[in-house]
Design a binder for this molecule. Sequence first.
Ligand code: ADP
Ligand code: MG
Length: 709
Amino acid sequence: MKATGMAAQNILDTDIMYLKGVGPQRALTLADELGVKTYADLLYYFPYRYLDRTRFYTINSINEDLGLIQVKGRITKTELVGEGRNQRFVAWFADETAALPLVWFKGIKWIKDRFKVGAEYVVFGKPTEFNHQLNFVHPEIEDMAKYQAKPEYALQPLYNTSEKMKTKMVTSKTIHQLQINLHEAIKNVAIPETLPRQLLEKLNLPNLKTALTDIHLPKNQHDLQRAQLRLKFEELFYIQLKLLRLKKIRARANGGHKFEVVGQNFNDFYNNHLPFSLTNAQKRVLREIRRDTNTGLQMNRLLQGDVGSGKTLVALMSMLLALDNGFQSCLMAPTEILAQQHYKSFCEMLAPMGIEVALLTGSTKQSTRTQLLADLASGQLKILIGTHALIEDRVVFNSLGLVVIDEQHRFGVAQRARLWSKNSIPPHVLVMTATPIPRTLAMTLYGDLDVSVIDELPPGRKPVKTIHYNDSRRLLMFGFLREQLKQGRQVYIVYPLISEPKASDLKYLEDGIESISRAFPPPDYAISVVHGQMPSAEKEKSMTYFAKGITNIMIATTVIEVGVNVPNASVMVIENAERFGLSQLHQLRGRVGRGADQSYCILMTGDRLTTEGRKRIQTMVETNDGFVIAEADLKLRGPGDIEGTQQSGIAIDLKIADLGKDNQILMLARNEASLILEADPNLKQPEHVILDSEIKRRWKYEFDWGQIS
Ligand code: ADP
Ligand code: MG
């Protein structure tokens, strides 16, 4: 057994150059463009889609959104159109339902004599629209007779390739052929299994070798689906196993402070000082936090809640819980302004109860700081609010029991770890974020944390009304602004760019200043401008004028996304809204709807939208729910682009699973991982040894397992 395993490893490590059909030149291209250097790399370079070669579309049923498809029919006419560099070869192609042109700009000489008018062909390509006419540009085309003669791969795998690869004649088809060659070469080689046999049997999954064959060269839909399930499951399963194991190890190794009582301050605040009643979501989260902090293990909890959902109050009450149990607590904010805001609201709420709160930021005066640090070290000061300054080495707590981090992703994982190392028993950690993260993503990024969600806004908020106008209705938008301004409201207008772009007709701020000043002239109207290239003093002044109501229109770029709070501003206009990501649109919209008035968000777009652009705008018009928006964003763009992913500093580089779609497989994977760890926390049982070694192999460089276990 062992010998075969070794042999397999050796063969899979073979340089790709030696595979039939590759050679030194192609090996370079594959390495540079795809990172494929060995047989194993190629084996794990999965198709992104499969073309069902038995399925044909009728020409009258196709559209631009379908991607690569097949049609069959006859060529009715061919012609050369245009002169010189603009010359193109056009073949009209028809089936019983309709006709469309096939177009070639290159290789005309070669292609123009290839076709027989009247003969039957299969055309394979991506329909695109040009001058309101669908066509195929540079399609693949094959004789019907020839096509029918080779039925071996009914499901043709499609592989991503780069532009550069195309110029080197390495296409999706080439890679398909290389996969055929590779499978021929390893036909008799045993590939060692990477999942326990019991698990494969329990879930009825194919073994690794079968899955790796069927993913590239599926004989039918059924085999393909089983292969996909197996490989997606495996990918997600190991991530979950790693995260859950980390969580267990950490809990066991570190222990945690036990908050045993819900004491006087908490109850006094709840009964006598709370300015409103808690929402059910706030109550639920507080219960979760109380339960966590009472177990004797360290709490690591992520609290997600949209802007305005009342996370600060949850933080404050958790900190009172720490206080009642004799512990200090601190709240960290990502910016000085936010820290000051928190400090102010904490003081307002806690001063009546005689509880002292202090603020520590980079600009805290030296004398204040010295006193503050002394009080902290002696344990006299119980509640501290601040910025990054809190994690400096000079800050020593007497008995830190709880750390609350507002807006997690700006802090990053490494900084979180620094906090823990400050005490022998680490404090409980509550991380709060207003960037809603879809559940699947949260589970993958923060699977070692417990997650709480505030999915309910305090009562009485008027949801922002969102309206979509295309450019041709610009005057209507101006009319609406005039009406709102007349009622004393203020307006934001956001542009995607500052200056005129070279190669597009996007709206830009400089032009906006001109046209808005013309439409809304002084003295009736006053305009503020803010953008990223202004000196910060000027920016500040501009913001202040708007905040004080001296100006009533704010022309800006997305710099106003964070930190601006002007309750009287009730209209947000976003120019070229189709150019913004969903989460960014959601953040921008969050700038209005902060006061008592009905607020509006107007999404201006060009007259023609891409399918994706249209879906984004539609999502924004339909919902104000940050989670729904985040889910939609994940489905449209994939996890790599989602805000919060990059900032988290955790790369999720999934080869086959799709967090937008594979929700159920993820749940299954997490569940199985959890069952295994419950039965065998150290993965010592013989059938689990493989799990332990796979985790170590997959995350060789990421963890120092010796240190945590
Ligand atoms: P975020 O979750 O964005 O941090 P905040 O904690 O700043 O939200 O709360 C937004 C506003 O809602 C604050 O003015 C806060 O006082 C108020 N608020 C919080 N909880 C409630 C509640 N249960 N009922 C009414 N208003 C609330
Ligand atoms: Mg907040």
